[in-house]
Design a protein around this ligand. Sequence first.
Ligand SMILES: C[S@@+](CC[C@H](N)C(=O)[O-])C[C@H]1O[C@@H](n2cnc3c(N)ncnc32)[C@H](O)[C@@H]1O
Length: 277
Amino acid sequence: MQEHELPEPEATRRDSGVTESSRANRGWWDRNADEYQVEHGTFLGDDRFVWCPEGLDEVEAELLGPAEDLKGRDVLEIGAGAAQCSRWLAAQGARPVALDLSYRQLQHALRIDELNSAAPFPLVQADAGALPFADASFDLACSAYGALPFVADPVLVLREVRRVLRPGGRFVFSVTHPLRWAFPDEPGPEGLSVSASYFDRTPYVEQDEQGRAVYVEHHRTVGDRVRDVVAGGFRLVDLVEPEWPEWNTQEWGGWSPLRGGLIPGTAIFVCERDERG
Ligand SMILES: C[S@@+](CC[C@H](N)C(=O)[O-])C[C@H]1O[C@@H](n2cnc3c(N)ncnc32)[C@H](O)[C@@H]1O
């Protein structure tokens, strides 16, 4: 091992609170953003809105509404990474703001912007649990696997999103399908046998030799997510489970055509601000 290389973290299941999860994930995404963009950048495209490894594109899904209605709308993208989705939104005439916890991910957004001649939009480094915006600043919010799979308190995030949305505002977010937690995160046949309890909410944690978390993912069941949405002040309008399309032959970590043809990999929650709350 070279002197500058860190030892492999240990993967375990244990509790991890809001602060530890946020700190661990900011560090992980800063360290791994370059590799992530090399590995997935082509699939995501610089200015496409891809919801998930299945490849569902907002052009066909219209989960935020018809593309022509996006013109002039203020849209917050949470956990934006290199802001590919925001770039697509801007091309539809929307006014996106791309927010991410990771400075390095946002540097990739800047890198892509420099290659593009399109007008830039704001990039904001912040935690989804403490949004640095005034109440009622946005018409829509979206998150493609950003933040929600990684936070210890999803209701805190949902309440924040509700606060910054205008009345009637819509929030659409995709996460790993909760069913996946019962299976090994493997793309091949070994990923098809149940190996853990679906009902075990203990977070997945990678930790260093001192026991400090360096990466955290949080598990919620389908019912938990529905209750979180309601507790966050939203109505659930739809729950989309994209099927694996024939054209997509590409694996993404544990997501693969083999598993995608048999079990769901992604859950997309389509929510609207509940004005009774
Ligand atoms: C899987 S990437 C998704 C980004 C983009 N949609 C994509 O497909 O590449 C997850 C992103 O969520 C961000 N993230 C994780 N936890 C966050 C938090 N608490 N607040 C804001 N962003 C967070 C990460 O930094 C990372 O850029």
